[in-house]
Ligand binder design. Structure first.
Ligand code: 5RP
Length: 236
């Protein structure tokens, strides 16, 4: 399946493959979104088809649901599964405390709900996602479309009093129109450069009317599986 891969894809693939081995018969597993999570879904599909692995997957986006069905994974909604043994997902950044920025792929809301419903969250990432402090990657927040410009102004005003270096935000676009996430919301990307206190920022952003949730995952990730371009894997 992995064929001739670029170093970055190899790193994503080996991390996904190692995490796929954590899935056991009978488990209910949250399936993340993004290019690394897509490798995971393909690996798990192969294990279902070739090794007879039996598990149920709860996808975190319509994209992942489609891929999971295509590769032969039994798909459940979160309401059908209710509680999950494990969620495996990618990340845009992780720090030494395993706090994350997620949502680069525009699926942070379902990803956070599914991860919070799981006994364990395992992040799969290439080494380049590891950072000293979160924030170089723009922080996505989901906002309801109604009055989004007012929400954006409130968010930027709030950032003035926070321990961050940048304060601007942009509306995420897709084919010249505002991006619409699976739950019908828009996404604002906050250009913060460095987030001094991610825990505090996560709480404060979610108090702003119009903000549905933000891409800071604090104390949610239990384990990170790091892939390297030469095929090595490290589990922390
Ligand atoms: C999607 C996400 C992804 O997990 C994150 O963007 C990482 O993506 P990739 O594996 O493609 O680098 O949070 O909302």
């Amino acid at each position: 399946m992995s064929g001739e891969l670029s170093p970055i894809d190899k790193a994503k693939f080996v991390a996904a493959k190692r995490a796929a081995d954590m899935v056991e018969d009978g488990m209910r597993v949250g399936l993340g979104t993004g290019s690394t999570a897509a490798w995971l879904v393909r690996c798990l599909g192969e294990m279902v088809r070739e090794d007879g692995l039996r598990f149920s997957g709860v996808p975190t986006s319509a994209r992942t649901a489609q891929l999971a069905r295509e590769v032969g994974i039994e798909v459940l909604s979160l309401d059908e599964a209710r509680w999950l043994d494990l969620t495996i997902d990618g990340a845009d950044e992780f720090d030494r405390d395993l706090n994350l920025i997620k949502g680069g792929g525009g699926a942070l809301l379902q990803e956070k709900i599914v991860a919070a419903a799981s006994d364990q969250m395992v992040v799969i990432a290439d080494k380049a996602k590891e950072v000293e402090s979160l924030g170089a990657f723009p922080l996505p927040i989901e906002v309801v479309p109604f009055g989004w410009q007012t929400t954006q102004a409130l968010v930027e005003e709030t950032l003035i009093s926070m321990d961050v270096m940048g304060r601007t935000s942009t509306l995420r676009m897709s084919h010249s129109s505002p991006y619409i996430a699976d739950e019908g919301n828009h996404v604002l990307d906050l250009h913060l450069v460095r987030i001094g206190n991610p825990r505090q920022l996560a709480l404060i952003l979610n108090q702003i009317p119009g903000v549905v949730d933000n891409g800071l995952f604090i104390d949610i990730c239990d384990t990170v599986v790091i892939g390297y371009g030469d095929g090595r894997v490290e589990v922390r």
